[in-house]
Design a protein around this ligand. Structure first.
Ligand code: OAD
Length: 270
């Protein structure tokens, strides 16, 4: 199969073989034996799409604000227009981002194994845009809006009052971003879906997360208790690196295609 030559003259095939050769020994076997793969992704998964991590994003006019102080129900109740404007700014930051080869590799993995569920801490929607269908947005979605009082998802917004935030068309309450704020519980549906995915997990990939925020990081410990093979893909060791069976120290955009390449073109398992 003729493939495009890379900038250095190497073919994509050579690059794929080289990437596969970097896989930690034994990981290929774990991959080939996997029937139910669960992926936990964090901000490092979107770094190569140009999406700044939650804490890096504070630049310009927002640099003087602590993101953790803004991303709370109390901050929104105190100054809804300020918090709404911050989220509008964060949406603009993400709107131009595109999924990278790592996102696409996870969508490909879903077609290659019996079951592959992505649980993401990211709110940028990039996994779904890359083609992954089994995605649990553990911290919500930046581009979704909800009623601040009733909590339901708003498909339309009442902007007749002019001053942001817009209002819920059903009850007139403020509209709020559909993300999980600090101090808020993870949506029950997301918790239940994550628990179901972990019930018979055999391979758990932790990608681009510092494993420092709970309850998301607790999913890694839950997978360990369920006897899954744990793999960490990160550019540095996370807080739970010691739990891992394999640590692939590489950017997600290179490591994930190498993992999927290692599955070969064998297609879905028989
Ligand atoms: P962090 O910013 O805490 O951690 C990002 C991790 O990704 C770090 O361990 C980096 O080393 C790693 N990393 C960076 N670039 C990478 C790359 N190209 N490939 C692979 N890894 C890379 O982000 P999270 O762990 O996602 O919560 O943080 C979790 C939560 O903290 C966020 O969801 C948010 C924030 O509080 C809420 O908003 C509720």
């Amino acid at each position: 199969m003729e493939s495009a030559s890379g900038a250095n003259g190497a073919t994509d095939v050579d690059a794929a073989i080289e990437r596969t050769a970097e896989l930690p020994a034994g990981l290929c076997e774990a991959l080939h034996g996997a029937r139910n793969v669960v992926v936990l992704s964090g901000a490092g998964m979107s770094a190569e799409s140009g999406v700044p991590t939650f804490r890096e994003a504070q630049t310009g006019l927002w640099a003087r604000f602590d993101p953790q102080a803004l991303a709370t129900p109390e901050a929104f109740a105190r100054d809804p227009a300020l918090v709404w404007r911050w989220y509008e700014w964060r949406r603009d930051l993400v709107a131009d981002a595109e999924p990278h080869a790592g996102h696409r590799a996870l969508a490909e993995l879903e077609a290659r194994v019996e079951r592959c569920t992505v649980i993401t801490q990211n709110v940028d929607g990039l996994h779904r845009r890359a083609g992954s269908r089994e995605v649990i947005e553990f911290h919500g979605n930046l581009f979704e809006n909800r009623c601040f009082v009733e909590g339901h998802v708003l498909e339309t917004l009442d902007t007749s009052r002019g001053e942001p935030p817009p209002r819920c068309p059903d009850c007139g309450a403020w509209a709020r971003p559909g993300v999980v704020w600090f101090g808020e519980a993870i949506p029950a549906a997301a918790l239940e879906a994550a628990d179901a995915a972990l019930s018979d997990v055999d391979l758990f990939l932790s990608v681009g997360t510092s494993s420092s925020v709970y309850p998301a990081a607790g999913l890694i410990e839950q997978a360990a208790r369920r006897g899954a093979t744990l793999v960490e893909i990160n550019t540095e060791d996370s807080a739970l690196a010691g739990l891992m069976d394999f640590r692939f120290t590489a950017p997600a955009g290179a490591a994930l295609p190498a993992l999927v390449d290692a599955l070969g073109n064998g297609g879905p398992h028989p």
